[in-house]
Design a protein around this ligand. Structure first.
Ligand code: SF4
Ligand code: FES
Length: 260
């Protein structure tokens, strides 16, 4: 027996460069459908102008970060079946740019990532975030002359930095960070997590330089330590832990400098 098609409502924030509004679309439910699949269906069958960013479709590239039912999520990793009927939480947690639009019933509410300028519809400008990331010089420095063979780490040392190497630069942590929402000059969670990844690397030879870059009022000391970044990270990177590690490292380096 043929079962009737089941449709869900997607309420999507639009922006054309000048004005912003919401459009609602009926989307035919498919087995194992992700929010990204639903956006493709809308773009293919109802509105080809709907703009969103994606690449890998497999939670690897970080391009499809957005606000779904007021939660910071990757669209390709969010299954529609898991979130229809979900309650939308109070807006206070989500920063000033997440407008208090409330969805009804089974509607799925899709909006661009907060705290970043919207270019069009669900596409935000991540330039600022990438500049902060570049600013911490996110690469390994192992001394002036590198050895002929690999520089191996012990499994114990690897454990300390492994999680921090998993970042996919999705920017969800920036969208969720209250300090970044207040002040876009805050270096921010992913960049500081990467600084820690190299600071905590047992082979690093530039720890003092790393500390000098992040020891600033818009650096580690601007963090509110509310762990919102840790909560939303799809790759289990814990930026707040990295920031507290850098705080401890900074104090250690300051004391060392006094007694030099
Ligand atoms: S730390 Fe997590 S949330 Fe932040 S950019 Fe990296 S993967 Fe995304
Ligand atoms: S499309 Fe690459 S993470 Fe979603």
């Amino acid at each position: 027996m043929k079962t009737a098609d089941y449709y869900m409502k997607f309420k999507i924030r639009r922006f054309d460069g000048e004005k912003s509004w919401f459009d609602t679309f009926d989307v035919k439910a498919m087995p194992h459908m992700s929010v990204l699949d639903a956006l493709f269906q809308i773009q293919d069958e109802q509105d080809s102008t709907l703009a969103f960013r994606y690449s890998c479709r497999g939670a690897v590239c970080g391009s499809c970060a957005m606000l779904i039912n007021k939660k910071h999520r990757l669209a390709c990793r969010t299954q529609v079946s898991g979130i229809s009927g979900e309650k939308v939480l109070g807006i206070a947690k989500y920063g000033p740019l997440a407008k208090p639009e409330i969805k009804t019933g089974n509607e799925i509410l899709v909006e661009p990532l907060p705290s970043m300028p919207v270019i069009r519809d669900l596409i935000v400008d991540i330039e600022h975030f990438l500049r902060h990331y570049e600013g911490v010089k996110p690469w390994f420095v192992g001394g002036e002359t590198l050895p002929e063979t690999e520089m191996l780490m012990s499994p114990r040392d690897l454990e300390k930095v492994k999680n921090y190497a998993e970042c996919i630069l999705c920017g969800l942590c920036y969208g969720a960070c209250p300090s970044f929402a207040r002040d876009g000059d805050f270096i921010g969670p992913a960049a500081l997590a990467k600084a820690w990844r190299f600071y905590a690397d047992s082979r690093s030879k530039n720890r003092e330089e790393i500390v000098d870059r992040v020891d600033a009022t818009k650096g580690i000391w601007a963090c509110d330590e509310v762990y919102r970044c840790v909560e939303v990270c799809p790759k289990q990177v814990p930026p707040t832990n990295a920031i507290t590690g850098l705080m401890r490292g900074t104090i250690k380096h300051r004391i060392k400098t006094i007694f030099r």
